[in-house]
Write a protein that binds this ligand. Sequence first.
Ligand SMILES: [Zn+2]
Ligand SMILES: [Zn+2]
Length: 268
Amino acid sequence: MDKPDCAELEAILATADEYRATEARLKALKTQGSAQAQALAGITDKRTRLAAATYAYWFAPEINASDLAFGATGRAHPSALNKLMGPVSIGVNCERCDRDLPITSRTQMKAVLDGVQGVARFAEGYRVICTPCREAVLAARDVAYREEDRLRSERQRVLAAMPYADYLETEDWRDQRDSFLSCLIDLRHTDLGCETCGSQGHRGVFHRSLDRLGAGDDLILLCAPCATVLQGAGKLAGPPCEGNQLKASTEQRIVAAHDARYDCGPRD
Ligand SMILES: [Zn+2]
Ligand SMILES: [Zn+2]
């Protein structure tokens, strides 16, 4: 290719040359810094050696932490140095106990500074917290989950012991039925027809088994004739009754919620 003769092109090429030279220089500096960090090993006084590595670790972040760790401790993993350095303060307090947050590594410092600028990363509303507080928060969550779990199991036992028709009167049943219908309509992207024949006629939501009532009901949406057939074949649990029937108002509510989620616009 012939090189056009113009000053604009010469300027571009000169910048590109400078760019390459600078990159080569940066690479050389990196190698140099690496060697200098490892040369810390030559300081015979242990305290001076550690103090120098610690200072460089915090005030020369361009220098590789593994090289500093190797120079100071003989081990190339940064944690070898982090342990010996001890924590520093960057003037950020734990948002739970309000004590100064001890910083032990560059990675943690970055995370804390990012955290302080960002939104709360903890459901409890904290952005940054110290290790003991983190452990306390997690322990408290654990207690809360266990309690929820206990209440859920207890509720499941109560529901399982109820007569079927009574279960179909509970809020638990309505939640199970609604989430089942929502999933069904999301899955099929269509109206709620019978799962066997597609009929829009009299439909009901039936149980295929009575396991896990109120916590993951095993359900099927059927029109009346299909329900009769499956009931006769012993494929439905619990005698079909009034509570199984899918009311028009329920169907409309589920369809409207689906349309709102997917912004489908009004249906015909
Ligand atoms: Zn704390
Ligand atoms: Zn059917």
